[in-house]
Ligand binder design. Structure first.
Ligand code: SF4
Ligand code: SF4
Length: 440
């Protein structure tokens, strides 16, 4: 059995004649001696080692068959899944005035109407619960909690419908955290509220500059107070947007969380993402779906630095896992406040990228969204394929003005993955968690 092509092999720094072998396909990680690695390369393993390395996807029956299997990996994962996931944009309004907001060019007082909410419920009951699928929603904005009553109404209806059909319903929320009081969480809990992703842009002085209320007042203290009051009710994930100029200050936020009693046992995953200044429309973005980005060279230093600082303090971080862009996954959608459907919330500023409406259904988007653009020789032979699948379509669109080529992450992974793997060896007991995007 030959070695899998989806491996990264790095020398051990603390043990001579040994290597770290990481399977990007399985996410498995082992240290092995150079003798064992040579035996695997030359296909002369004993039966016990062969079984172990096969289970860890370090070796494979047949490299060509493995490559062919990767071609259908996403389709097979969608076929196996019994759940439907969507980001639901309940409004595009906000009580903060963040200067970098990527939604700014198209944001205003737009709110999802009761009629559109009704269409959403009907669609989910008809097309998902009735067909035996569970439903998980992430409410999103603007600020989702400015539409608390609508969220409660949608969730209550779906919660009841799920029980009637013998299916599961749950929901999370992407929120700025300023309205996430204990009373609000308690009100939503009976309808399936399980988690909230809250943004803290670094220590107080940076956060308050980047995420002020419309009045200009800083929002940091209100958010911390809310987190302290609700951590025992729902899972709290912390996100944050950093720039090349300020990312080195972000560990002070982690220290502050610890001082405020928001210790790792009370929080879920902590993941910082870059704000990427871009010309054109929108002028600045952060990656809206919680996906990671690779667009800027300085990120090769910033991303692993912040990951390590987070791990050092005991918080859970994202672990690279097999998965890809929401665009590729048939059971993921973003539903805008007006009932238009997109494949990613980041596309909402491009009406031409809508893939349908709640009223009219989903149209074929395989050509417009260049599905399968990673099914080319270079990607299929690339050891990063299982954790990349062609990268982020949104960044491809921003960088190339079209989505017809992959957003290649080779340079980024070459510069960062070894450091990330070594971090995972150093902090093995830590509760790494998955990203919020689609995983296989
Ligand atoms: S285009 Fe895909 S990878 Fe990029 S932000 Fe959207 S879902 Fe994430
Ligand atoms: S886009 Fe680049 S990094 Fe991603 S799978 Fe293709 S070749 Fe590899």
């Amino acid at each position: 059995m030959p070695l899998s092509r989806y491996l990264k092999i790095y020398p051990c720094t603390d043990k001579v004649d040994s290597f770290i072998v990481y399977s990007t396909k399985k996410g498995s990680l082992i240290r092995i001696s150079s003798a064992l690695l040579a035996a695997a390369r030359e296909d002369r393993l004993d039966e016990s080692d062969r079984r172990t390395l096969s289970r860890l996807a370090i070796i494979t029956e047949d490299q060509s068959a493995e490559r062919e299997k990767m071609i259908s990996a996403v389709t097979r994962a969608c076929g196996r899944s019994s759940s439907f996931k969507a980001v639901v944009v309940v409004n595009l309004d906000c009580n903060l005035a963040c200067p970098y907001c990527y939604e700014a060019p198209f944001r205003g007082r737009q709110y999802m109407s009761a009629a559109t909410a009704g269409q959403l419920i009907d669609m989910l009951v008809r097309d998902q619960f009735s067909r035996g699928r569970d439903v998980q929603l992430d409410f999103y904005g603007g600020e989702a909690l400015l539409s608390k009553s609508l969220v409660a109404g949608i969730a209550a209806s779906l919660s009841t419908a799920a029980k009637t059909h013998g299916r599961e319903f749950s929901f999370g929320m992407v929120t700025n955290g300023t309205l996430l009081t204990r009373g609000v969480v308690e009100e939503l809990l009976p309808f399936g509220f399980t988690s909230a992703r809250v943004t803290l842009d670094g220590p107080k002085e940076i956060h308050d500059r980047q995420r002020p209320f419309i009045s200009g007042k800083g929002s940091f203290n209100s958010i911390i107070r809310n987190l302290q009051n609700v951590w025992d009710l729902i899972e709290l994930q912390i996100g944050g947007n950093f720039s090349a100029e300020n990312y080195r200050e972000y560990p002070r936020l982690l220290d502050h969380l610890l001082q405020e009693g928001l210790t790792p046992d009370k929080l879920g995953m902590v993941q910082f993402s870059p704000i990427i200044p871009k010309a054109g429309n929108p002028s600045k973005i952060s990656i809206a779906a919680g996906c990671t980005s690779s667009a800027e060279a300085w990120l090769a230093e910033a991303a692993p630095f912040l990951r390590e600082e987070t791990l050092k303090r005991g918080f859970a971080v994202h672990k690279p896992t097999m998965g890809g862009c929401m665009v590729e996954f048939a059971n993921y959608f973003a539903i805008n406040y007006d009932g238009t459907l997109f494949k990613c919330p980041a596309f909402m500023g491009w009406p031409q990228l809508s893939v349908g409406t709640l009223a009219g259904g989903i149209r074929d988007y395989s050509v417009s969204h260049n599905l399968d653009l990673w099914k080319n020789e270079e990607c299929l032979n690339c050891s990063y394929l299982p954790i990349c699948f062609g990268g982020c379509r949104f960044l491809s669109l921003l960088n190339n003005r079209t989505m017809d080529r992959p957003e290649c992450r080779k340079g980024f992974y070459d510069a960062t993955l070894e450091r990330i793997i070594r971090q995972d060896l150093q902090y093995p007991a830590q509760n790494h968690q998955r990203n919020s995007g689609p995983n296989l």
